[in-house]
Design a protein around this ligand. Structure first.
Ligand SMILES: C[S@@+](CC[C@H](N)C(=O)[O-])C[C@H]1O[C@@H](n2cnc3c(N)ncnc32)[C@H](O)[C@@H]1O
Length: 393
């Protein structure tokens, strides 16, 4: 069931009986009462069909006017009265801060109605990733990677004038570089962590790139239209999710048929540093284990090909980008190594409850990595897998 209210956008509503969930998406801003008919009918039919709990998924509802809200809550109230054993959960997202505020008084009146912000703690490593401690790491990483990545972006199909979406954009450094080097027709950059976006917007303003559209969003449920982009990127991000295939499917949805989705991911288990290979290899065996306990796979890199093909991409390309201390700017690479040491010791090891002696050993091993990066006779390498695929027509 769907209702469309023209140029300002409309809403869609549907009921999935197996999951007992009504999905309401888009913009609920009815021009007249009749426009709400499909919503009321769908909720009523759902309440008749469910046993126990009805979920109303509002994750992709961008706006609800006061008139829409009045009819929506009145309908739910009427249905709760008519079905005294039914419970209702409204599933909202922190991406729409208005939703929780708006529904709180209503939920207080109805003990059988709850409001759940599904992304309050929606992936196990959220506290570690959405953290100020990651900011210097992200900045240093993009600086050292860019010169290697730019030609790969061209090889994987990024062209000037493309419509580009960068999902999980972090602090926006990459979006900024794409803006400057590829002059895209449109560039939308999405992240879930508001402070990263605040930083990104400030940088964009300072460098006169305020046409970059930064947006708060959830990569698993984007507020972007189907098939709206020629090139969709997501860098060093699939590896932080415990269900990467879902994210890839969403990237595919917003990519136009014939366009490409481009992802980069690490293979931390292959980070190597001679002559400190003993402690460094030990650390980069432990770090993927710690990450796994937070639901992340920092050895995801080589798996991207299979995932892209499983989600239905064709013409899949994979390259291994290597940052090492002979092919990269030494001070940038050293900043990455120092950032990893501080972030892993200060945040990841603590979040995963490592013993004090393990934390100390980690600190020393990551210090060794930094030593090798800066050592004229040493060799330190950090492999990243770059993969992309075309969405079939
Ligand atoms: C490892 S960082 C990579 C950032 C950036 N792509 C880069 O290469 O510098 C992962 C990013 O994903 C963001 N993120 C995590 N969960 C997200 C979600 N569900 N939707 C959108 N962004 C998310 C984090 O806030 C963080 O900025």
């Amino acid at each position: 069931m769907s209702a469309d209210s023209g140029p300002k956008g409309g809403y869609t509503v549907s009921f999935d009986e197996n999951d007992q969930v009504v999905r309401l998406a888009g913009v609920l801003r009815p021009a007249h009462a009749a426009a709400l008919g499909p919503l009321v009918d769908c909720l009523t039919a759902a309440a008749d069909a469910v046993r126990g709990r009805l979920y109303v998924n509002l994750k992709q509802l961008r706006h609800m006017s006061f008139a829409g809200h009045r009819v929506f809550t009145a309908t739910l109230g009427r249905l709760l009265e008519a079905h005294p054993r039914m419970e209702i959960t409204l599933v909202t997202s922190s991406v729409m801060p208005w939703a929780n505020r708006r529904f709180a008084p209503f939920a207080a009146r109805w003990p059988r109605l709850t409001v759940e912000q599904y992304d309050r703690a929606f992936y196990p490593g959220q506290g570690v990733i959405e953290s100020d401690g990651l900011l210097p790491v992200l900045r240093a990483q993009t600086s050292v990677i860019w010169k290697h990545e730019k030609p790969l972006l061209e090889r994987h199909g990024l062209r000037p004038g493309a419509r580009v979406a960068d999902i999980c954009c972090g602090i926006g450094d990459f979006a900024m570089l794409v803006w400057r080097n590829f002059a895209p027709e449109r560039l939308v950059a999405v992240d879930h962590h508001r402070p990263f976006l605040d930083y990104a917007r400030t940088v964009a303003r300072d460098f006169g790139a305020d046409q970059i559209e930064y947006q708060v969003g959830d990569a698993a449920s984007l507020l972007l239209p189907d098939a709206g982009f020629d090139f969709v990127t997501s860098r060093l991000a699939l590896q932080i999710f415990d269900r990467p295939a879902e994210i890839l499917a969403e990237l595919k949805r917003i990519c136009r048929p014939g366009g490409r989705v481009y992802v980069t991911n690490e293979m931390m288990g292959h980070i190597y540093a001679y002559p400190k290979d003993g402690p460094v290899t030990w650390a980069y065996r432990l770090i993927p284990e710690m990450a796994a306990s937070l639901g992340m796979d920092v050895n995801f890199g080589p798996k991207a090909r299979a995932y892209l093909e499983d989600v239905g991409f064709v013409d899949v390309k994979v390259d291994r980008l290597e940052v090492n201390n002979l092919n990269s700017d030494l001070s940038d690479f050293a900043a990455v190594a120092a950032g990893w040491r501080d972030y892993v010791v200060g945040e990841v090891a603590t979040a995963t409850g490592q013993a004090p002696e393990t934390i100390e050993r980690l600190r020393s091993a990551l210090e060794d990595f930094l030593y090798v990066v800066e050592n004229r006779r040493g060799f330190a390498t950090w492999p990243i897998y770059v993969a992309s695929g075309t969405r079939p027509s």
